[in-house]
Design a protein around this ligand. Structure first.
Ligand code: ATP
Ligand code: MG
Length: 393
């Protein structure tokens, strides 16, 4: 059995002078993730490679699953290690590897050798040819195919010999913590958890804000959002979730403003409050799950009108995606089943039959002006009474 993983990372390998910063961040995230498991793990990085050595009570499936939740990892390769000795021992090692990983295999293969230990006799090409021959002799059902092999056998000769061929895909992206933080507007829907995941994937730490309207929205609706935050946290790390009681702000808007403008005005107040917390936390942007034209509040005019209240950049990673594309990601990251639970959302409770689809900023501002004198205090109270929960994986 193997007990080492070679971690492949794409983009962060090409960051020039900052490279070690990214590698350190990746190693840190891996360490953090694996520290929750029963096994013992040692993470080493040397010469552009990160290795995870497993010992103790480690479980293969659990370890791979944990690594598949670390952004920055492109591939997870189970590696067999052998002592670096002579050419004969190397042949025996490779034969042992095939016997363990591909018993009775009818497959084509190619051998790729990297001779880092320059003391080892022969060129990389010569060593590869000799190993190919040894495999053919020992496994009559295997054939060489240098162009399109079923099995690409990677062999690295260093102070230890590393042999691997399987690459389990990782989530890609960049290690969390390498790109500042942002405030995710997290509702109970399908879109916003995916939006948060996509930004976290680029190395951004997430905070989140959820607006609810008790008693119009239930505790179960709130629990659902906490659950979603926990699911995103499996990738993004702990998320500080701000739970804002939005009822009185919504009721004031409902009592004072034209009903077809309710959603858009409510969205503007959400964004204002979200930005308040973002600034307080030092977040560098806001994140929403909006996508052009998906609903009335996401037409280009609506987006312009909502955006007008924000000074921080608003990141909308789903902006050009269709619903089915968003659903595919939510299935992949494990948020879909929770997102479709049928609990009420504060946006849908006070919604008009015919919301404006082409709001005009000046008109909306005029309607909002009527809220003056009462809304400031309601917003302040909403801010002051906000509950903060740390959602952990
Ligand atoms: P989602 O599937 O993310 O709920 P949606 O299709 O329901 O999105 P809207 O209700 O228009 O769309 O919301 C657009 C975006 O506004 C959401 O993606 C989310 O970022 C934010 N948002 C909506 N409702 C809330 C809420 N109750 N709390 C926090 N953010 C919200
Ligand atoms: Mg929604």
């Amino acid at each position: 059995m193997y007990h080492t993983f070679l971690i492949k990372y794409g983009e962060i390998g090409i960051k020039g002078k900052n490279r070690h910063v990214f590698e350190d961040a990746l190693a840190k995230q891996i360490r953090l993730k694996l520290s929750k498991l029963d096994g013992e793990y040692e993470i080493r990085h040397e010469r552009g490679r990160v290795y995870v050595e497993c010992s103790g009570e480690w479980d293969e499936g659990e370890t791979v699953d944990a690594l598949q939740h670390v952004f920055g990892i492109v591939g997870i390769c189970p590696v067999h290690t052998y002592p670096t000795e002579g050419p004969d021992e190397l042949k025996a090692a490779v034969v042992d590897y095939i016997a363990q990983e591909y018993p009775d295999s009818h497959a084509t293969f190619k051998v790729k050798v990297r001779r880092v230990d320059k003391e080892f006799p022969g060129t990389s090409m010569e060593i590869a040819a000799a190993l190919g021959e040894a495999i053919l002799q020992n496994f009559p059902n295997m054939k060489v195919d240098v162009h399109n092999p079923d099995i690409l056998l990677d062999i690295e000769i260093r102070d230890t010999v590393y042999v691997y061929s399987r690459i389990i895909p990782g989530p890609g992206g960049m290690p969390v913590g390498t790109n500042g933080s942002a405030m995710l507007c997290l509702s109970g829907g399908i879109d916003s958890p995916v939006a948060g995941w996509m930004i976290a994937k680029r190395g951004v730490v997430l905070d989140a804000v959820y607006f609810h309207a008790p008693p119009y929205t239930s505790d179960r609706a709130k629990e659902k959002v906490v659950d979603l935050a926990r699911q995103v946290a499996k990738y993004a790390g702990p998320i500080r979730l701000h739970i804002v009681n939005f009822t009185d702000v919504q009721l004031a808007i409902y009592d004072t403003c034209p009903h077809e403008e309710l959603t858009i005005i409510m969205r503007r107040y959400m964004m204002k409050i979200a930005e308040h917390f973002a600034v307080k936390n030092g977040n560098l942007g806001l994140i929403t799950g909006e996508s052009i034209g998906q609903v009335a509040s996401q037409t280009m005019q609506s987006l312009l009108t909502t955006n007008a209240v924000c000074t921080l950049p608003v990141y909308r990673p789903l902006i050009g995606m269709d619903k089915n594309e968003i659903v595919d990601i939510s299935l992949k990251i494990g948020t879909y089943e929770t997102s479709i639970l049928p609990y009420e959302d504060c946006c849908t409770i006070f919604v008009a039959k015919h919301p404006v689809t082409r709001p005009i900023l000046e008109v909306i501002e005029k309607s909002e002006a009527k809220l003056k004198g009462q809304i400031e205090e309601l917003v302040q109270t909403a801010i002051d009474t906000t509950e903060i929960i740390v959602a952990k994986p």
